[in-house]
Design a protein around this ligand. Structure first.
Ligand code: SF4
Length: 266
């Protein structure tokens, strides 16, 4: 699992979020592969989210989707709502100048790490590139929260680093297909100043990770967040970390963060 000269440690946006939220949680989840089962409600939501992603992928590939829609009223209503709200996204390019691909995969090596992204849909022409991401949970987070999420930062950063597009010509749009019954979107434009800032943050976080990994190899665990931190209230590792959760209800009902739901796992 640890990086060496021939093997790079792969990192997705979800892992960067974990690392930033609590390094010890990253250790438990990623290095030690510990996790607790999702509660049935979360599991059901996750399955439905995955089905929607698959449906959009099949559609983009030109494969028939009618039988899926007929068998699932929820998918049918999401798709109808989305087709109404953003017909231009669902309309395939009729020229040869626009590139469209669902589940578009890119990687970038930074230090000893391989950063990996999978865009739900990438639409690019000779002027601009748009990253589209589907979310199927009910309530969109605030724009500020989403902006701070490594998914937003890493997705646009990686496209700017691995393509000819200037940051100013890159955007990312989240579509929340079931928010209040009507799809909503949150769009982020990118620029050079943000790109440089993210680069700095990323380098710092990865430098820190290298130090923590070296210590971990000498049996020194990754740091925990400070005692009393709210993040422990919602963490499944609280007993392992000797941190008490506020109530059992919180532990049982704690929502997984947005990275663990409805995303392709990397
Ligand atoms: S209980 Fe707190 S310190 Fe322990 S892994 Fe979870 S968030 Fe980190």
């Amino acid at each position: 699992m640890l990086s060496n000269q021939t093997q790079l440690l792969r990192l997705s946006q979800g892992q960067l979020n974990l690392l930033e939220a609590c390094p010890r949680k990253f250790q438990h989840t990623y290095l030690e592969q510990l996790s607790s089962p999702l509660n049935p409600e979360h599991e059901e939501r996750q399955t439905l989210g995955s089905r929607f992603h698959l449906l959009m992928q099949q559609r983009e590939m030109g494969l028939p989707i009618d039988s899926f829609l007929e068998a699932d009223a929820q998918l049918q209503s999401w798709m109808a709502g989305f087709a109404n709200a953003a017909p231009e996204i669902l309309t395939p390019a009729i020229d040869n100048q626009t590139f469209r691909e669902s589940e578009h995969y890119r990687t970038l090596q930074v230090q000893d790490y391989l950063l990996v992204v999978v865009y739900d849909l990438l639409i690019a022409d000779n002027q601009q590139a748009q990253i589209i991401d589907w979310k199927t949970y009910p309530k969109p987070p605030s724009k500020r929260k989403l902006e701070q999420n490594w998914q937003t930062r890493l997705y646009m950063f990686l496209l700017a680093e691995t393509s000819e597009y200037l940051p100013e010509n890159i955007s990312m749009t989240y579509w929340f297909v079931q928010s209040q019954g009507k799809p909503e979107n949150i769009k982020f434009n990118y620029n050079t100043a943000q790109h440089q800032q993210i680069d700095k943050k990323l380098q710092k976080l990865l430098n820190q990770l290298t130090i923590w990994l070296e210590s971990y190899q000498k049996n020194q665990p990754f740091p925990q967040v400070r005692d009393g931190s709210k993040v422990c209230d919602y963490c499944q590792f609280a007993p392992r970390c000797d941190r008490t959760q506020a109530t059992e209800e919180i532990a049982n009902n704690s929502l997984p963060n947005i990275d663990s739901i409805q995303e392709v796992s990397l």
